[in-house]
Design a protein around this ligand. Structure first.
Ligand code: PLP
Length: 488
């Protein structure tokens, strides 16, 4: 039989002691069972890891074993050494940062992708990896009601990036390409007269992109926000761009944020977009966390003005049940991006590329190699369907609104910013020291995990509700704990 020949060949001809297909079958089942058990009992665990730096490492050999070890011993180490060092992002009482919610269909898609071991850098290297990805990004664009220009049969199109950080870097090099009339990728950023704009509340990945692309931190303009809404002041953006142009600078990129990391503030994208259109500056919209909520018609307002954007991203790996990593990134016109990122060494030339009929996603991202991520996105979107995904978003938004109402009706606490989605920022009455103490106590209990930020110069606790397994009782438990810890 074919499979026994394979078993024979891996043992006898390669030298290395490969795992056979029957061993893979057996251990694979054990691993799937292990994961299912992990989820069945996840709630009993302390949410975050309680280990000292290097504690895990001290339990492992300092050097690679000379002889391979058994799979059983590896799984034993998972239990004894790895699990204690895990902060359980999938725990139903994980309320830190933004969620990175996973789901079983996505995990299985990821497993298949690993099993197929495809490296989908060009269409020719595995056509379905590209074709399925194009379709998934079209599905998603339709589900989120994004502009028609983002569809793959238009001048634009979508691609999966590893992260929103990569997305903004790609947007920046595309913007530099446009601002330089196509010369930046060949001649560099020269006298450093390119400028980038984002609000003071924008994610730090903008600053990082500016550093990597050689624009230089001194050319990043952090535009003030309106007090109250924490949204970018478009009048101040316009003033900054016009004053830079007058001074001989070359504005290359504006980043507008839909759902800032600290508080989910939403920049006025239409006003920003109009300024960008008038001045010819590339507009990238970063909706890393919030964008997926637009699958629900009642949250379509999040897309207001996105038709003016040159690029847009949202992360299914945050709040859309798709395992990390999966950032969905679209451009309205792909030419500047491809001009900026395309290289064509001899060893990558092929007839499909030369025909001009195929998409080569290596020209849409920073690395050359790329994983078959579309599989997990396909499994997730198909398993849940539009209605399942809408229910998922609505569930968390409703929990967050209820949590905010509990906080708001207790005069020992205050909600500090608008909370239209599933993040609630709050603080206890008192100074920063009181709030920092409360925050530390909460996390020390191991019962919940929350993160913090600074809003208007004050320390604030962030309660981000978005776990796949999070139910009302978990949020209620968190609220009781918050009151308890404050009272101590
Ligand atoms: N942009 C925003 C608004 C975010 O909230 C985040 C992360 O929380 C990012 C970008 C960075 O996301 P990633 O980890 O995918 O790079």
């Amino acid at each position: 039989m074919a499979h026994s020949a394979w078993e024979h060949s891996v043992h006898c001809t390669t030298g290395a002691d490969h795992m056979t297909t029957s061993e893979f079958r057996m251990y694979g089942r054990q691993v799937v069972d292990w994961i299912a058990d992990y989820y069945n009992h996840i709630e009993e665990r302390s949410v975050h890891a309680r280990v000292r730096p290097n504690e895990i490492r001290d339990g492992l050999p300092e050097e690679i074993p000379q002889q391979g070890v058994s799979f059983e011993s590896l799984m034993a180490d998972i239990d004894c050494l790895v699990l204690p060092g895990i902060t359980h992002w999938q725990h139903p009482r994980f309320f830190g940062y933004f969620p990175a919610n996973a789901s079983f269909p996505s995990i299985l898609g990821e497993l298949l992708s690993a099993g197929l071991g495809v490296q989908g850098m060009s269409w020719i290297t595995s056509p379905v990896a590209t074709d399925l990805e194009r379709l998934m990004l079209d599905w998603l664009a339709q589900l989120l009601d994004l502009p028609q220009s983002f569809r793959s049969d238009e001048p634009g199109g979508g691609v999966i990036q590893d992260s929103a950080s990569s997305a903004v870097l790609v947007a920046l090099v595309a913007g530099l390409n446009r601002a330089s009339g196509g010369t930046a990728s060949r001649h560099g950023v020269g006298n450093s007269n390119y400028t980038v704009y984002a609000s003071k509340e924008a994610h730090s990945s903008v600053e990082k992109a500016v550093q990597i692309a050689g624009v230089g931190g001194q050319n990043l303009r952090l535009v003030p926000t309106s007090s109250g809404t924490l949204a970018m002041r478009s009048d101040l953006l316009e003033a900054a761009i016009r004053s830079d142009i007058a001074a001989g600078m070359a504005p290359a990129l504006v980043v507008g944020t839909v759902g800032t990391t600290s508080t989910t503030a939403v920049d006025p994208i239409r006003e920003i977009g109009q300024i960008c259109k008038e001045t010819g500056v590339w507009l990238h919209v970063d909706a890393a966390y919030a964008g997926v909520a637009a699958c629900c018609p009642e949250f379509r307002w999040l897309n207001e003005g996105v038709d003016l954007a040159d690029s847009y991203c949202t992360n299914p790996h945050k709040w859309f049940l798709t395992n990390f990593d999966c950032d969905a990134f679209w451009v309205a016109d792909r030419r500047d991006m491809i001009n900026a990122l395309s290289v064509m060494p001899e060893y990558l030339k092929n007839m499909a590329t030369e025909s001009g009929e195929v998409t080569d996603y290596r020209d849409w991202q920073i690395p050359l190699g790329r994983r078959f991520r579309a599989l997990k996105l396909w499994f997730t979107l198909s398993w849940y369907g539009a209605q399942g995904l809408q229910a998922h978003i609505r569930h968390h938004v409703a929990l967050a609104q209820e949590f905010a109402s509990w906080v708001g009706s207790d005069n020992r606490f205050e909600v500090v910013s608008a909370h239209p989605l599933s993040l609630v920022c709050f603080r206890a009455c008192g100074d920063d020291a009181v709030n920092e103490r409360l925050y530390r106590r909460l996390n020390e209990t191991g019962r919940i995990f929350v993160s913090h930020t600074i809003v208007d110069g004050r320390f604030v606790i962030r309660m981000a509700i978005g776990g796949t397994l999070t139910e009302r009782r978990h949020v209620r438990e968190a609220w009781e704990l918050i009151k308890d810890c404050f009272g101590k």
